[in-house]
Design a protein around this ligand. Structure first.
Ligand SMILES: Nc1nc2c(ncn2[C@@H]2O[C@H](COP(=O)(O)OP(=O)(O)OP(=O)(O)O)[C@@H](O)[C@H]2O)c(=O)[nH]1
Ligand SMILES: [Mg+2]
Length: 240
């Protein structure tokens, strides 16, 4: 049992990586597959639109603690929309991606997140990702003025805050922020996992303590007496 990221056993091999499911969602073309492949294989190439979902995994170490991120890269095309919630089952984290150069995808990201929240527990780790920032950087914002870009950025930050999510700007193409977003997800998941372990350990301790507690023993005995009396009562009344 470890208490914090730095307080880990030196014998690394003795840990079995904890498997944690991460779903990557967002509309088609925002760069979900590109981000996942950049993170797992450190490559960037043109991909066909994803069909259904694809699965990748990577083992990451947070303070010597290995975690296995099971990454589900979902399809963003409209025709797969009804299928996406099937991939939310048991997800511990979600990365919601939009294209930093396309406002429509930001609106759709909000819709995706609202939909996700209907299907997952409250404590899921959420990250919002504005991808393709290389385009913004290279074109100096394109048709948007610096003030408009700042406003869009602020809107994305506010949106992330609203959902207690982390916000990252990334480029799968230029490999900006990609490791950071997944690493942050892993770190937050490990924190949650440790908290849960501690809670369970505490409950187990409490159970053990209460079992040797005289009041607990007396209560158990009195419950047993009630049970025996009711059996006796039943015997006394008899049947037929
Ligand atoms: N300039 C730039 N282009 C990117 C970036 N990420 C992805 N792309 C391009 O965006 C297009 C769509 O990328 P995908 O990764 O296939 O998008 P997706 O979100 O997986 O799309 P679906 O599978 O249909 O949901 C491709 O042409 C990518 O090369 C990026 O960071 N910068
Ligand atoms: Mg894809």
């Amino acid at each position: 049992m470890y208490n914090n990221e730095n307080d880990l056993d030196d014998d690394n091999e003795s840990y079995i990586p904890t498997e944690l499911k991460v779903v990557v969602i967002g509309v088609s073309g925002v760069g979900k597959t590109s981000l996942c492949v950049r993170y797992v294989h450190d490559e960037f190439q043109d991909f066909s639109p994803t069909i259904g979902a694809s699965f990748l995994q990577k083992i990451v170490s947070i303070g010597n603690c290995p975690l296995c991120l099971q990454i589900w890269d979902t399809a963003g095309q409209e025709r797969f929309r009804a299928m996406t919630p099937l991939y939310y089952r048991n997800a511990k984290a979600a990365i919601v991606v939009f294209d930093a150069t396309d406002d429509h995808t930001f609106i759709q990201a909000k819709r995706c997140l609202q939909d996700l929240k209907k299907h997952v527990p409250e404590d899921i780790v959420i990250s919002i990702c504005a991808n393709k920032i290389d385009i913004l950087k290279n074109s100096k914002g394109g048709s948007s003025s610096p003030a408009q870009i700042d406003q869009k950025l602020q809107d994305a930050i506010d949106f992330a805050k609203q959902y207690k999510a982390a916000f990252f700007q990334t480029s799968a193409k230029d490999n900006i922020g990609v490791n950071e977003i997944f690493q942050d997800v892993a770190r937050r998941l490990l924190k949650m996992h440790m908290k849960e372990n501690e809670r369970q350990l505490m409950m187990a301790k409490r159970r053990k303590n209460s079992e040797s507690n005289p009041y607990y023993i007396e209560r158990q005995n009195s419950l047993e007496r009630v049970r025996l009396n009711s059996v006796k009562e039943y015997d006394r009344v008899g049947c037929c």
